[in-house]
Design a protein around this ligand. Structure first.
Ligand SMILES: Nc1ncnc2c1ncn2[C@@H]1O[C@H](COP(=O)(O)OP(=O)(O)OP(=O)(O)O)[C@@H](O)[C@H]1O
Ligand SMILES: [Mg+2]
Length: 309
Protein backbone atom coordinates (compact mmCIF):
# COMPACT_ATOMS: atom_id res chain seq x y z
CA UNK A 1 0.00 0.00 0.00
CA UNK A 2 1.24 3.47 -0.76
CA UNK A 3 0.53 6.75 0.98
CA UNK A 4 -1.88 8.86 -1.07
CA UNK A 5 -2.36 11.73 1.37
CA UNK A 6 0.33 13.05 3.61
CA UNK A 7 -0.31 15.79 6.17
CA UNK A 8 2.70 17.17 8.04
CA UNK A 9 2.52 19.42 11.10
CA UNK A 10 -0.50 21.25 9.75
CA UNK A 11 -1.49 24.38 11.65
CA UNK A 12 -4.36 26.72 11.07
CA UNK A 13 -5.05 29.94 12.92
CA UNK A 14 -8.15 31.81 11.88
CA UNK A 15 -8.22 35.62 11.67
CA UNK A 16 -8.35 36.78 15.27
CA UNK A 17 -5.72 34.23 16.24
CA UNK A 18 -7.85 31.23 17.11
CA UNK A 19 -5.76 28.10 16.56
CA UNK A 20 -8.11 25.49 15.09
CA UNK A 21 -5.34 23.04 14.09
CA UNK A 22 -2.30 22.67 16.32
CA UNK A 23 0.15 20.65 14.27
CA UNK A 24 -1.68 17.69 12.78
CA UNK A 25 0.36 14.98 11.06
CA UNK A 26 -1.28 12.06 9.34
CA UNK A 27 -0.54 9.68 6.46
CA UNK A 28 -3.39 7.99 4.65
CA UNK A 29 -2.89 4.83 2.65
CA UNK A 30 -4.44 4.44 -0.75
CA UNK A 31 -7.73 2.54 -0.58
CA UNK A 32 -8.41 2.87 3.13
CA UNK A 33 -11.38 4.32 4.94
CA UNK A 34 -10.43 6.64 7.78
CA UNK A 35 -13.07 7.95 10.15
CA UNK A 36 -12.28 11.18 11.98
CA UNK A 37 -14.11 11.45 15.25
CA UNK A 38 -14.22 14.45 17.52
CA UNK A 39 -16.59 16.71 19.39
CA UNK A 40 -18.11 19.87 17.88
CA UNK A 41 -15.44 22.45 17.16
CA UNK A 42 -12.59 19.90 17.31
CA UNK A 43 -11.22 20.98 13.93
CA UNK A 44 -12.50 18.23 11.64
CA UNK A 45 -14.01 20.53 9.02
CA UNK A 46 -11.01 22.84 9.25
CA UNK A 47 -8.70 19.91 8.56
CA UNK A 48 -10.73 18.76 5.57
CA UNK A 49 -11.17 22.30 4.22
CA UNK A 50 -7.45 22.92 4.45
CA UNK A 51 -6.54 19.72 2.62
CA UNK A 52 -9.15 20.51 -0.03
CA UNK A 53 -7.82 24.02 -0.59
CA UNK A 54 -10.84 25.90 0.76
CA UNK A 55 -8.89 27.24 3.72
CA UNK A 56 -5.21 28.15 3.56
CA UNK A 57 -2.94 26.56 6.14
CA UNK A 58 -0.95 28.80 8.48
CA UNK A 59 1.98 26.36 8.33
CA UNK A 60 2.77 22.75 7.58
CA UNK A 61 2.41 20.82 4.36
CA UNK A 62 -0.03 18.52 2.62
CA UNK A 63 0.54 16.37 -0.45
CA UNK A 64 -2.07 14.41 -2.37
CA UNK A 65 -0.71 11.74 -4.69
CA UNK A 66 2.68 13.43 -4.23
CA UNK A 67 1.36 16.85 -5.31
CA UNK A 68 1.69 19.73 -2.85
CA UNK A 69 -1.69 21.38 -2.22
CA UNK A 70 -0.18 24.87 -2.44
CA UNK A 71 2.55 24.70 -5.07
CA UNK A 72 0.91 22.04 -7.22
CA UNK A 73 -2.67 23.02 -6.49
CA UNK A 74 -4.37 21.89 -9.70
CA UNK A 75 -2.93 18.39 -9.75
CA UNK A 76 -3.64 17.89 -6.04
CA UNK A 77 -7.18 19.21 -6.29
CA UNK A 78 -8.03 17.04 -9.31
CA UNK A 79 -7.45 13.93 -7.19
CA UNK A 80 -9.83 15.10 -4.47
CA UNK A 81 -13.60 14.98 -4.15
CA UNK A 82 -15.33 16.80 -1.30
CA UNK A 83 -18.78 16.34 0.12
CA UNK A 84 -19.12 19.35 2.40
CA UNK A 85 -20.88 19.38 5.76
CA UNK A 86 -23.28 22.13 4.72
CA UNK A 87 -25.62 21.40 1.86
CA UNK A 88 -25.43 24.08 -0.77
CA UNK A 89 -26.98 23.49 -4.19
CA UNK A 90 -28.24 25.73 -6.94
CA UNK A 91 -31.99 25.39 -6.25
CA UNK A 92 -33.32 25.72 -9.80
CA UNK A 93 -30.64 23.67 -11.51
CA UNK A 94 -31.53 20.12 -12.54
CA UNK A 95 -29.68 17.26 -10.88
CA UNK A 96 -28.12 16.13 -14.15
CA UNK A 97 -26.71 19.56 -14.98
CA UNK A 98 -25.49 20.18 -11.46
CA UNK A 99 -23.41 17.02 -11.57
CA UNK A 100 -22.26 17.58 -15.15
CA UNK A 101 -20.98 21.08 -14.34
CA UNK A 102 -18.96 19.72 -11.43
CA UNK A 103 -17.09 17.46 -13.81
CA UNK A 104 -16.60 20.35 -16.23
CA UNK A 105 -15.12 22.48 -13.46
CA UNK A 106 -12.20 20.10 -13.30
CA UNK A 107 -11.64 20.37 -17.02
CA UNK A 108 -12.72 16.79 -17.64
CA UNK A 109 -14.42 16.07 -20.96
CA UNK A 110 -18.16 15.48 -20.89
CA UNK A 111 -18.96 11.83 -20.26
CA UNK A 112 -22.68 11.09 -20.13
CA UNK A 113 -22.27 7.37 -19.50
CA UNK A 114 -20.08 8.14 -16.49
CA UNK A 115 -22.72 10.51 -15.15
CA UNK A 116 -25.42 7.94 -15.70
CA UNK A 117 -23.40 5.38 -13.77
CA UNK A 118 -22.92 7.76 -10.83
CA UNK A 119 -26.55 8.84 -10.72
CA UNK A 120 -27.75 5.25 -10.88
CA UNK A 121 -25.34 4.17 -8.15
CA UNK A 122 -26.74 6.90 -5.91
CA UNK A 123 -30.37 6.14 -6.82
CA UNK A 124 -30.76 9.58 -8.37
CA UNK A 125 -31.37 8.50 -11.94
CA UNK A 126 -35.13 8.99 -11.72
CA UNK A 127 -34.62 12.47 -10.31
CA UNK A 128 -32.06 13.57 -12.89
CA UNK A 129 -34.39 16.11 -14.46
CA UNK A 130 -35.72 17.51 -11.18
CA UNK A 131 -34.50 20.86 -9.93
CA UNK A 132 -32.50 20.28 -6.76
CA UNK A 133 -34.96 22.29 -4.64
CA UNK A 134 -37.54 19.56 -5.21
CA UNK A 135 -35.40 16.89 -3.60
CA UNK A 136 -35.57 15.63 -0.02
CA UNK A 137 -32.68 16.33 2.35
CA UNK A 138 -31.25 12.85 1.89
CA UNK A 139 -31.45 13.13 -1.89
CA UNK A 140 -29.66 16.49 -1.77
CA UNK A 141 -26.88 14.84 0.19
CA UNK A 142 -26.65 12.20 -2.54
CA UNK A 143 -26.41 14.95 -5.17
CA UNK A 144 -23.47 16.37 -3.23
CA UNK A 145 -21.82 12.97 -3.37
CA UNK A 146 -22.55 12.68 -7.09
CA UNK A 147 -20.96 16.11 -7.62
CA UNK A 148 -17.91 15.08 -5.63
CA UNK A 149 -17.56 11.89 -7.69
CA UNK A 150 -18.15 13.52 -11.08
CA UNK A 151 -14.45 14.04 -11.85
CA UNK A 152 -13.30 10.56 -10.74
CA UNK A 153 -11.44 11.58 -7.58
CA UNK A 154 -9.07 9.12 -5.96
CA UNK A 155 -9.56 10.57 -2.49
CA UNK A 156 -13.03 11.39 -1.27
CA UNK A 157 -13.74 13.52 1.79
CA UNK A 158 -17.14 13.12 3.37
CA UNK A 159 -17.81 15.68 6.08
CA UNK A 160 -20.67 14.31 8.18
CA UNK A 161 -22.23 12.41 5.25
CA UNK A 162 -25.07 10.99 7.31
CA UNK A 163 -25.93 13.90 9.60
CA UNK A 164 -29.69 14.13 9.76
CA UNK A 165 -30.45 11.26 7.42
CA UNK A 166 -32.68 8.34 8.37
CA UNK A 167 -31.41 4.93 9.34
CA UNK A 168 -32.13 3.42 5.94
CA UNK A 169 -30.28 6.11 4.03
CA UNK A 170 -27.41 5.85 6.49
CA UNK A 171 -27.09 2.15 5.68
CA UNK A 172 -27.32 2.98 1.95
CA UNK A 173 -24.54 5.48 2.42
CA UNK A 174 -22.40 2.83 4.08
CA UNK A 175 -22.98 0.56 1.08
CA UNK A 176 -22.00 3.37 -1.27
CA UNK A 177 -18.81 3.97 0.72
CA UNK A 178 -18.02 0.24 0.63
CA UNK A 179 -18.53 0.18 -3.14
CA UNK A 180 -16.30 3.22 -3.60
CA UNK A 181 -13.61 1.60 -1.50
CA UNK A 182 -13.91 -1.56 -3.62
CA UNK A 183 -13.36 0.58 -6.70
CA UNK A 184 -10.11 1.86 -5.18
CA UNK A 185 -11.20 5.23 -3.79
CA UNK A 186 -9.63 6.36 -0.53
CA UNK A 187 -12.18 7.77 1.88
CA UNK A 188 -11.86 10.15 4.80
CA UNK A 189 -15.07 10.80 6.63
CA UNK A 190 -16.05 12.69 9.73
CA UNK A 191 -18.93 11.54 11.82
CA UNK A 192 -20.66 11.97 15.13
CA UNK A 193 -22.16 8.52 14.84
CA UNK A 194 -19.64 6.27 16.43
CA UNK A 195 -21.42 3.20 15.18
CA UNK A 196 -20.76 4.54 11.70
CA UNK A 197 -17.02 4.46 12.32
CA UNK A 198 -17.40 1.06 13.92
CA UNK A 199 -19.28 -0.22 10.87
CA UNK A 200 -17.19 1.06 8.00
CA UNK A 201 -13.80 2.46 9.00
CA UNK A 202 -10.48 0.68 8.63
CA UNK A 203 -8.77 3.25 10.83
CA UNK A 204 -10.09 5.74 13.33
CA UNK A 205 -8.61 9.12 14.17
CA UNK A 206 -9.73 11.07 17.21
CA UNK A 207 -9.32 14.83 17.12
CA UNK A 208 -9.96 17.24 19.96
CA UNK A 209 -9.06 20.90 20.39
CA UNK A 210 -7.16 20.96 17.08
CA UNK A 211 -4.96 18.02 18.01
CA UNK A 212 -5.01 14.48 16.75
CA UNK A 213 -5.16 12.39 19.91
CA UNK A 214 -4.68 9.10 18.15
CA UNK A 215 -4.94 7.31 14.82
CA UNK A 216 -5.19 3.57 14.92
CA UNK A 217 -6.61 0.54 13.16
CA UNK A 218 -10.17 0.28 14.39
CA UNK A 219 -9.88 -3.37 15.36
CA UNK A 220 -6.65 -2.78 17.24
CA UNK A 221 -8.09 0.24 19.00
CA UNK A 222 -11.10 -1.69 20.14
CA UNK A 223 -8.89 -4.47 21.41
CA UNK A 224 -6.40 -2.17 23.05
CA UNK A 225 -8.82 0.15 24.78
CA UNK A 226 -11.74 -2.20 24.96
CA UNK A 227 -12.59 -3.76 28.26
CA UNK A 228 -14.82 -6.64 28.98
CA UNK A 229 -17.06 -7.07 31.92
CA UNK A 230 -18.34 -10.27 33.39
CA UNK A 231 -21.44 -10.00 35.51
CA UNK A 232 -22.11 -12.84 37.90
CA UNK A 233 -25.76 -13.02 38.96
CA UNK A 234 -26.25 -14.30 42.49
CA UNK A 235 -29.21 -16.31 43.71
CA UNK A 236 -29.30 -14.26 46.93
CA UNK A 237 -28.49 -10.53 46.89
CA UNK A 238 -25.66 -9.28 49.12
CA UNK A 239 -25.04 -5.85 50.67
CA UNK A 240 -21.29 -5.73 50.23
CA UNK A 241 -18.52 -7.56 48.42
CA UNK A 242 -17.10 -10.24 50.77
CA UNK A 243 -13.67 -9.31 52.19
CA UNK A 244 -12.15 -12.47 50.73
CA UNK A 245 -12.90 -11.12 47.22
CA UNK A 246 -11.56 -7.60 47.82
CA UNK A 247 -8.43 -8.18 45.69
CA UNK A 248 -10.57 -8.76 42.59
CA UNK A 249 -11.86 -5.16 42.53
CA UNK A 250 -15.42 -6.25 42.02
CA UNK A 251 -18.34 -3.89 41.82
CA UNK A 252 -21.68 -4.66 43.26
CA UNK A 253 -24.44 -4.77 40.65
CA UNK A 254 -27.87 -3.22 41.08
CA UNK A 255 -29.57 -4.19 44.32
CA UNK A 256 -26.60 -6.35 45.29
CA UNK A 257 -27.90 -9.08 43.01
CA UNK A 258 -24.69 -9.42 41.03
CA UNK A 259 -20.94 -8.93 41.05
CA UNK A 260 -19.23 -7.18 38.15
CA UNK A 261 -15.70 -8.09 37.17
CA UNK A 262 -13.82 -5.92 34.67
CA UNK A 263 -10.94 -7.46 32.78
CA UNK A 264 -8.52 -6.62 30.05
CA UNK A 265 -9.23 -8.24 26.71
CA UNK A 266 -5.51 -8.29 25.90
CA UNK A 267 -4.41 -10.06 29.04
CA UNK A 268 -3.11 -13.57 28.62
CA UNK A 269 -5.12 -14.65 31.61
CA UNK A 270 -8.48 -13.08 32.18
CA UNK A 271 -8.74 -14.49 35.70
CA UNK A 272 -12.26 -15.71 35.06
CA UNK A 273 -11.72 -19.28 36.26
CA UNK A 274 -10.16 -18.06 39.51
CA UNK A 275 -12.94 -15.53 39.94
CA UNK A 276 -15.69 -18.10 39.61
CA UNK A 277 -13.93 -20.46 42.02
CA UNK A 278 -13.37 -17.75 44.59
CA UNK A 279 -16.95 -16.52 44.35
CA UNK A 280 -18.14 -20.07 45.04
CA UNK A 281 -15.63 -20.45 47.91
CA UNK A 282 -17.01 -17.27 49.48
CA UNK A 283 -20.27 -19.15 49.83
CA UNK A 284 -22.11 -17.30 47.06
CA UNK A 285 -24.33 -19.23 44.69
CA UNK A 286 -24.20 -18.33 41.00
CA UNK A 287 -27.47 -18.04 39.13
CA UNK A 288 -26.15 -16.84 35.79
CA UNK A 289 -23.19 -15.10 34.12
CA UNK A 290 -23.04 -12.67 31.23
CA UNK A 291 -20.32 -10.65 29.48
CA UNK A 292 -20.30 -7.22 27.92
CA UNK A 293 -17.68 -5.65 25.67
CA UNK A 294 -17.12 -1.91 25.57
CA UNK A 295 -18.00 -0.34 22.25
CA UNK A 296 -16.05 2.21 20.23
CA UNK A 297 -18.46 4.74 21.71
CA UNK A 298 -17.35 3.95 25.27
CA UNK A 299 -13.74 4.28 24.17
CA UNK A 300 -14.37 7.56 22.36
CA UNK A 301 -16.29 9.15 25.23
CA UNK A 302 -13.48 8.14 27.58
CA UNK A 303 -10.86 9.68 25.29
CA UNK A 304 -12.45 13.04 24.60
CA UNK A 305 -13.61 13.60 28.14
CA UNK A 306 -10.14 13.19 29.61
CA UNK A 307 -8.59 16.45 30.79
CA UNK A 308 -6.34 18.16 28.28
CA UNK A 309 -2.78 17.57 29.43
N1 LIG B 1 -13.99 30.75 9.45
C1 LIG B 1 -13.70 30.64 10.74
N2 LIG B 1 -13.25 31.70 11.45
C2 LIG B 1 -12.94 31.61 12.76
N3 LIG B 1 -13.03 30.46 13.47
C3 LIG B 1 -13.47 29.37 12.84
C4 LIG B 1 -13.83 29.39 11.44
N4 LIG B 1 -14.22 28.16 11.07
C5 LIG B 1 -14.13 27.40 12.20
N5 LIG B 1 -13.67 28.12 13.25
C6 LIG B 1 -13.41 27.62 14.60
O1 LIG B 1 -12.48 26.57 14.53
C7 LIG B 1 -12.84 25.53 15.43
C8 LIG B 1 -12.96 24.22 14.68
O2 LIG B 1 -14.10 24.29 13.82
P1 LIG B 1 -14.47 23.12 12.82
O3 LIG B 1 -15.60 23.57 11.98
O4 LIG B 1 -13.23 22.69 12.13
O5 LIG B 1 -14.93 21.99 13.86
P2 LIG B 1 -15.56 20.56 13.58
O6 LIG B 1 -14.70 19.57 14.28
O7 LIG B 1 -15.82 20.36 12.14
O8 LIG B 1 -16.95 20.68 14.39
P3 LIG B 1 -18.41 20.08 14.05
O9 LIG B 1 -18.40 18.69 14.62
O10 LIG B 1 -19.31 20.98 14.83
O11 LIG B 1 -18.65 20.13 12.59
C9 LIG B 1 -14.12 25.99 16.11
O12 LIG B 1 -13.78 26.53 17.37
C10 LIG B 1 -14.67 27.04 15.20
O13 LIG B 1 -15.41 28.00 15.90
MG1 LIG C 1 -17.49 20.11 11.01
Amino acid sequence: MSVILSIKDLRKSYAGGFEALKGVSLDIEEGEILALLGPNGAGKTTLISTVCGITTPTSGSVTVGGHDILTDFRAARSLIGLVPQDIFLEPFEKVWNTVRFSRGLFGKPRDDSKLEEILKKLSLWEKRLSPTKELSGGMKRRVLIAKALAHDPRVLFLDEPTAGVDVELRKDMWDIVAELKASGVTIILTTHYIEEAEAIADRVGVIRGGELLLVEEKDQLMQRMGRKQLEVQLTDPITEVPASLAHLNLELGQGGGSLIYTYDTRAERTGITALLNEVAQAGLVLADVQTRQSSLEDIFVGLVSEDVV
